[in-house]
Design a protein around this ligand. Structure first.
Ligand code: ATP
Ligand code: LTN
Length: 331
């Protein structure tokens, strides 16, 4: 029954090029989970302006990434798909929660340290309070689970701490969320430097495979992937990070277990591994790419489901926000 399903929420930023890491670490799992949970998925546009964005580009990217959610297989009838900035409850709760978050704990966030090193000319307050906005995203929907890639662990942890602190001060208000991190695909590594996660901000485009890359580009990028100087194929992330990354990607697209995949490549060389992984990725992404183009070409449909999603999400979020106002004494 609807009431008994657990709640799940996750958002993705609309900026830069969505890649295999986003697909395998996030979207693909969201699609698998949408039948079993009450799901809220969306576009974290408010988070994306912590880094300076071009307004015209951002406006398009919000639509494009929303279309991609549907193209990846999320069904707007089953899940609530929304844009964070279309729902003012997020910004409101974020302010309130920022008064229950300590300067010290935000200073320890690794993403803040990384991003302020990368954008030294724009270390704005939003970059610092980013985790508070994210905690609000999660807590507004009374989320039980938050499916994300491994890089988001620390953000989930602080959301839990804030929820527990608030509940202790005012009585049960928020559900305390848990992260939901997939076994494989949680950390897709760069094809050029397998010690680093595949990232949209990678200045070397050969390091990442974009979801919308052409088949010939995907093949080329995999053929150039860094492996190692051995010749055998085994899953050993510590000693063979490049090969293990390729194997993980392969299992995510074929649905094979790691043992089955390793057996499949027994006796074959790195050339075959790279080609077969590329073929599996090309075949897996093809329907997503086709669907994406179709959805984006139907502006009226896109705008209608975006508006419906915002309305559904706002109604749910408002319930939690009202409770928070009452508890704090603002209402
Ligand atoms: P960047 O890699 O440029 O820092 P990001 O991590 O900010 O991008 P988002 O769009 O915010 O990217 O991430 C959306 C989702 O994709 C998150 O759940 C995140 O954990 C996941 N994700 C991002 N990169 C990877 C990766 N290399 N492997 C697995 N999951 C990833
Ligand atoms: N910080 C996340 C994006 C994000 C998110 C969220 C993920 C914003 N709000 C709420 C899960 C739940 C990122 O950069 N990947």
């Amino acid at each position: 029954m609807e009431e008994q399903k657990k709640n799940m929420l996750s958002l993705i930023q609309p900026t830069n090029t969505p890649h295999l890491g986003n697909y395998l670490g996030a979207m693909q799992n969201w699609v698998k989970l949408q039948n079993d949970y009450n799901c809220y998925f969306g576009i974290a546009d408010l988070h994306s302006i912590t880094v300076r964005q071009d307004p015209v580009k951002l406006r398009n990217q919000i639509k494009e990434s929303y279309a991609l959610l549907i193209a990846a297989g999320l069904d707007p009838e089953k899940s609530t798909l929304f844009v964070q900035g279309h729902n003012s409850n997020h910004a409101e709760l974020s302010w309130i929660l920022s008064c229950y978050t300590q300067f010290g704990e935000l200073s320890r966030m690794t993403q803040f340290k990384d991003k302020s090193a990368k954008h030294a000319d724009n270390i704005n307050a939003g970059l610092f309070t980013y985790p508070v906005l994210m905690a609000g995203d999660i807590l507004l929907y009374q989320s039980d689970l938050v499916p994300v890639g491994a890089d988001q662990k620390q953000h989930i942890e602080i959301a839990r701490d804030i929820a527990i602190r608030f509940n202790n001060a005012y009585g049960e208000t928020f559900k305390v969320p848990e992260g939901f991190i997939p076994k494989f695909g949680a950390r897709v590594m760069s094809l050029q430097d397998p010690s680093m996660k595949m990232s949209k901000s990678d200045p070397n485009p050969n390091g990442f495979v974009a979801i919308m890359d052409d088949p010939s580009v995907i093949m080329k990028k995999f053929k150039r992937a860094v492996t190692d100087s051995d010749t055998f194929i085994a899953f050993d992330p510590e000693n063979k990070p490049g090969v293990s990354n390729l194997l993980s990607i392969y299992t995510s697209f074929t649905g094979l277990t790691m043992d089955e995949a390793v057996k499949h490549f027994d006796g074959l060389g790195y050339g075959s591994l790279k080609t077969e992984v590329a073929e599996a990725v090309i075949a897996g992404l093809e329907p997503v790419q086709n669907e994406y183009k179709k959805i984006l070409s139907d502006k009226a449909y896109l705008e209608k489901i975006m508006a419906d999603g915002a309305e559904k999400a706002s109604a749910q979020a408002r319930k939690t926000l009202r409770k928070v106002y009452r508890k704090v004494g603002l209402a």
